[in-house]
Design a protein around this ligand. Structure first.
Ligand code: AKG
Length: 281
């Protein structure tokens, strides 16, 4: 299926996979979408190794790999299926070209959790009614949505039913009422989650109420990246990978790290490029 969106290939030249109509409907209805099994075991090995070194022995990595998304983990940034989703729900096509993404990286963190680790702290929801400076927004017109600040969770290990993946109050990105006391605990049946093989992505709008929970699997740790993207002219989280990390990426991937501004006319006055002096802070 051809897509009207640019770019049509990722930084490695792999064709972008457009969202299906079913995925669009589910994402708009629920506020989140799971994309199972995007990377296979052979591909995941070097990524896991890089993540664990980054967490526990950072100095052992060469400087250009000292970032969550450096070295072997850079392919997580613009997997063709994830780009297809971000092109549809986030991209501002006025700033997209075949060589430049229409959205930006915002911030990320890696989380390594063993059995008993608990991150239950529901937050967000109702952000259909938020103003733009909040970034946690959700907008829609018939046939088109805009997800605002958008989180891509990469599950590098398998997540089984009940293991403790991220939980969502599906539909709460559009909820008009405050969340009542009865729906504050983790026992509410309204919480939804997922199980997935290693190498899956789960994408959600930060306009949605969501939370971590207790990781229960004592045979398998949770190893996840929580990477956020935003519109080109907005940034929520502080910071950007070091310049030497970005310099080692292919040019199209570098455009994810350009400064947070829009501009107009021709490059360099319109923000359709990355250079070291056009790097986000
Ligand atoms: O811990 C999790 O599974 C979810 C994390 C979370 O809520 C967040 O990053 O905003």
């Amino acid at each position: 299926m051809d897509s009207p969106f640019l770019p049509s290939a990722n930084a490695d030249g792999l064709p972008v996979v457009p969202m299906t109509d079913e995925q669009k409907y589910v994402f708009d209805l629920k506020g989140w979408l799971s994309l199972p099994g995007l990377f296979c075991e052979d591909e995941l090995g070097p990524i896991r190794e890089h993540q664990m070194k980054f967490l526990t022995d950072r100095e052992s990595l060469p400087p250009e790999e000292r970032d969550n998304h450096g070295g072997p983990s850079q392919v997580l940034l613009d997997h063709p299926t994830v780009v297809g989703v971000l092109n549809e729900i986030l991209s501002h096509q006025a700033l997209a070209t075949e060589d430049c993404y229409g959205f930006r990286f915002d911030h990320t963190y890696t989380s390594h959790r063993q059995a008993g680790h608990d991150n239950f702290r529901p937050h967000g929801g109702g952000a259909y009614f938020a103003f733009c400076g909040n970034s946690h927004i959700y907008q829609m017109l018939p046939g088109k949505v805009h997800s605002g600040l958008t989180r891509v969770v990469w599950e590098l290990n398998e997540v089984g039913q009940g293991d403790g993946g991220t939980m969502f109050l599906s539909g709460s990105h559009k909820s008009a009422f405050p969340r009542p006391e009865e729906i504050c605990g983790r026992e509410s049946s309204l919480w939804e989650s997922y199980s997935c093989p290693a190498g899956s992505a789960v994408i959600f709008t930060e306009a949605l109420c969501h939370t971590g929970t207790r990781w229960t699997n004592d045979k398998r740790d949770r190893l996840s990246l929580f990477t956020c993207y935003n519109t080109v002219n907005a940034k929520w989280g502080k910071g950007c990978p070091p310049a030497e990390v970005i310099a080692a990426l292919p040019p199209k991937r570098q455009t994810l790290f350009r400064g947070a501004w829009h501009g107009m006319t021709e490059v360099p006055k319109i923000n359709k490029y990355y250079e070291e002096d056009n790097r986000a802070v």
